[in-house]
Ligand binder design. Structure first.
Ligand code: URP
Ligand code: ZN
Ligand code: ZN
Length: 477
């Protein structure tokens, strides 16, 4: 009988706290041994000589199978989305479970579980999107769901069907404070966007590029300030997601400087895309329509600064994929009449890690340890998965990504294995690639090939966020 199910031999193990030459022994899905030269045999041995062995990526901002308006269909379901995630070195993703107006939150959760069950290549865990904070939702459903391990929820300050008023934001934040959950905030001022959109439309400025004109930096800065102020009023930690520019970062830094528990996320699109990508001829610019929109070179520099100095705790994809050549996607007929109707969101679940590795680690902006923290460990800490996930430590899940740090790759859509028909990063030259992805000790992707026989990822109930740290009387911590 073999000592281990799997041994990864000869690699350099990197965690948030250090880099060591180390073999990794795996049994029953967990890391059972770590040693420079591990004794023992295994059914499967992977030679990782010359490679880096990292905790698998955790992408804590992902949209899969999410309803997105009449006639619009998201390009990825749980199967294609998690498959693509695995090709990009991820082992866990946190997609959103969207409560539609009038819907019970518990019903929404049941529905997403039925969509995900038996279809995930990575592990998954749902955040809740609260779009209808009724008394029943706030008083009963949310507290019960937090106890069941859904310990984070997202609220929106924009989008017609999702936006909450300040009163509703405060009510949801208050439940988070009571239950010890972490609130994620999409910070853009809806009324300001609507005003600018209507004016642009009256002027006949309806091309995709005006999506960015309708959502300028002030719209994000104001909402970021307001979200932080509301959170401060009731003393609740918040995570400001998909931050795109320096002015919003200044609000976050001021709050952090005052000792408030304000955390922040940025995404690849804010490091490597700009507003001018929305300029493409005809409808090509629609491929880059996401909110907040990509900004300019100065904003990119600011976001890099925030990555380097710790303003950002997490780096996520905000993968929200719509096919381009598709009337149910970016080329929806209404979208041709105005940018207002182009489905918001871009794909990026497989490209998040290679872009940050190449442009961040490869170009000397961040260390390997910081890379691991920003792409895996901090997500686990922020969302109640640590130390089960986000680390290479005895007893942790055997979720590993083996990287070839020298591999040169020109990004093309066919490398990504998602349900989309384009990548916004086509043609980008990168150095460093996740060659093998292992989830719970099972090899899922190896050398560009999906080797998993079937999707066996599971839904993980989460504990309390380390960023919240609240004493609870019902024992979910
Ligand atoms: O454009 C985006 N980001 N779409 C996804 C939904 C969201 O706001 O995160
Ligand atoms: Zn958002
Ligand atoms: Zn999103």
């Amino acid at each position: 009988m073999a000592d281990f199910d799997l041994i990864v031999r000869g690699g350099t193990v990197v965690t948030e706290s250090g880099t060591t030459r180390c073999d990794v022994g795996v049994k029953n899905g967990r890391i059972e041994a770590l040693a420079e030269n591990l004794d023992g045999n295994a059914e499967t041995i992977i030679d990782a000589t010359g490679r880096l062995v990292l905790p698998g990526g955790i992408d804590s901002h992902v949209h899969l199978s999410q309803p997105s308006g009449p006639g619009i269909v998201m390009a990825d379901d749980f199967e294609s989305g998690t498959r693509s995630a695995a090709f990009g070195g991820n082992t866990t993703v946190l997609p959103f479970c969207l409560q539609q107006k009038g819907q019970s939150l518990r019903e929404a959760v049941k529905h997403y579980h039925s969509e995900a069950e038996g279809r995930c290549y990575t592990d998954v865990s749902f955040h809740l999107i609260i779009s209808d904070p009724t008394e029943q939702v706030l008083g009963q459903e949310l507290p019960a769901l937090v106890k069941d391990g859904y310990t984070s929820f997202k609220v929106f300050m924009t989008y017609e069907d999702l936006k909450l008023s300040d009163l509703e934001l405060l009510r949801v934040m208050d439940v988070a404070r009571e239950t010890g959950a972490l609130v994620m905030v999409h910070a853009e001022n809806h009324d300001a966007i609507r005003f600018l959109t209507e004016r642009l439309e009256r002027e006949g400025r309806t091309e995709p590029r005006h999506h960015a004109t309708s959502r300028p930096i002030a719209v994000e800065r104001e909402a970021t300030h307001r979200a932080i102020s509301l959170a401060e009023l009731i003393d609740v930690p918040v995570m400001i997601v998909h931050v795109s520019n320096r002015e919003a970062m200044d609000e976050i830094r001021r709050a952090q400087g005052k000792g408030l528990k304000v955390f922040a996320e940025t995404c690849p699109q804010y490091l490597v895309l700009t507003e001018s990508d929305l300029d493409g001829l005809n409808m090509e610019g629609a491929k880059y329509v996401c909110s907040p929109p990509p900004r300019d070179a100065a904003s990119q520099d600011a976001c890099w600064e925030g990555i380097e100095d710790g303003t950002f705790a997490v780096f996520s994809s905000d993968h929200c994929p719509f096919r381009y050549e598709d009337v149910a996607g970016k080329l929806a007929p209404k979208g041709r009449t105005s940018f207002r109707w182009i489905p918001n969101g871009i794909p990026g679940i497989a490209t998040r890690l290679p872009i940050l590795f190449s442009k961040g680690v490869g170009e000397g902006r961040i260390s390997l340890q910081t890379f691991v923290a920003l792409t895996s460990t901090n997500h686990a800490r922020a969302y109640g998965l640590y130390p089960r996930k986000g680390d290479i430590a005895l007893g942790s899940d055997a979720d590993l990504a083996i990287w070839d740090p020298e591999k040169k790759v020109t990004l093309t859509h066919d490398l990504l294995h998602d349900g989309c028909d384009y990548t916004p990063y086509e043609g980008m030259e990168l150095t460093g690639w996740p060659v093998t992805t292992i989830v719970g000790g099972r090899v899922i992707v190896d050398d560009g090939v999906l080797v998993a026989v079937r999707p066996e990822g599971v839904h993980v109930a989460r504990g309390q966020s380390e960023y919240v740290h609240k004493e609870l009387d019902h024992g979910t911590a």
